[in-house]
Every structure is written in structure tokens, then in C-alpha cells.
Design a protein around this ligand. Sequence first.
Ligand code: 0GY
Length: 289
Amino acid sequence: MTEPIVSWHGNPSKPRFAPPPGAIDAHCHVFGPAAQFPFSAKAKYLPADAGADMLFALRDHLGFSRSVIVQASCHGTDNSAMLDAIARSNGSARGVAMVDPAVSEADLHALHAGGVRAIRFNFLKRLVDDAPKDKFLEVSHRLPQGWHVVIYFEADILEEMRAFIDAIAVPVVIDHMGRPNVTQGPAGPDMKAFRALLESRSDIMFKATCPDRLDLRGDPWNAFAAAVAPLVADYPDRALWGSDWPHPNMQREIPDDGHLVDMIPRIAPSHELQRKLLIDNPERLYWAD
Ligand code: 0GY
């Protein structure tokens, strides 16, 4: 029997950067607690419990006010841990669900009532068994009013994702910028290809997230800052920030969440950019109503 993975830092530092009041962590997750919310039989990793109480305590510690809880693959299409966390958040959390593409209208509207504002399509083969584009497109055409689609893919399949993304009729948010190799630099092939994707539609947004996953040179993630700051500067109304806590599956180098927050002024140096990244942009997507 494999031991559950503890993928988060046990004692994260207090960030030096203070987020503005109302700041939104637009990419974080909850794991379980498994006794109440069991993991999916198809889960590709077995995390230790990291439930809503832990998430909200960390949020306070980091100086954030609101959270967008993204359904993690270890819970499959059972969104109940996320919905329970939102229900206990006093309106300070919203969600991104993963659904069976055959989901009914009634179930989509129940998710909306529970605080969900988007569905997530995960294309990482190490995380999900299949990602049926035709079925994903079909469900994307019958989402409740005001929802968008969140897509997770890696840079090596960006070109084959383009026709699929083109066919989506609602705004699109790309997790972790489609995982470019940031060590290629701001004008490297991966960032160039991602910029071309952003140019193809004005309603594609991106999460300027996960230096720990994208910059294998490690903390202080200088290559990430060098590659991502110009992207945020050039697309200031299209960038979101998230902690990615509890860092699903991270076993190599568990990031210090305080250090992750301290990346914010390095990718968004002005107060105006910080306000867009942490408040205006995520608010438009998740708290429009
Ligand atoms: C992330 C990244 C990962 C995992 C998941 O749903 C998930 O399990 O998203 C990953 O392993 O790269 O966005 O949290």
C-alpha cells in the first residue's frame, strides 16, 4: 500500500509582499478529507488530506481574501469536497468543476448554485485516462450563463489544441500557461507559441502560476520571473495568479507558499498590474454576479 503524498510545505514563510485587500487566489485545490470525501477510484496519485480548513488557514497566512477552488483529478468528477469548501467559505470561494460530459442541465445549475463558474478539461495523460475533445466541446456549448472553460495541457500539444480551443464559444482560461519551458527565456519557442495562441482570440486568459513546476532551476525561480513578467505586462487584462496549494503530486521540490506569493511583484511590478492580476481579472470571471 502506497503512503499518501504530502505535497505541501509544513511551515510556509510569511510573504514579504502584501496582496491588496480582496485579493483572489485563483488556482488552489482541496483534497478530502478522504473519510468524508473519498478520492476517485481512477485517481493517479493518492494525496494526504488537505481540506477546506487548511486551505482557508493558509489563505489568511498568505494575506489573501478569496479563493477559486479548482477540482483536482484525484477527486475525478465528484465535486463534493470542493462544493463543501465553497459552502463553508461565507461567499469567499468559488469553484471550477470537472464533470462527466453527459452531465444534465439540472446538475450544471446545481453546480452554479453551489458557486461553480467554470468547468475544467484536463489533457495531462499522467492525470486522466482520456480527454474526449468531441464530448468536451458538446458540454462546453451548454454551460450556464457567464461560465467559462479552464484547460490544462502541456506545451508539447499546444498546436493540436488550437482547433479545439477555437471551437469553444465561451472564454477560455489556460492553466499554468500550458506549461511552457520557461528556461528557454521570454522569447523562447514555448512562450512564442503561447503568445500566438493568445493572439488568436482576445478572450483567452492564462494563469501565471506554478514557478515550482515550470522552473526546474528552483526557488527563487528566476527563469520563471524573466519569462512571465513580459507576458503579464503585454496581456495585463488576461492574467490570473494562483498558489496551486496543496501542489498536487509535487514530490520533487515542495514550494514554500510565502515564496510563491513573493513572485507576484516580480511578474507584476506595479500596483496597477497587481490589482488586475489579483482582483479585477479573477473577479470578472468568478464574482461577476
Ligand atoms: C495543478 C497541477 C497538477 C494536478 C492537477 O488535477 C490535478 O490533479 O491539476 C499537476 O499534477 O500538474 O494544476 O494542480
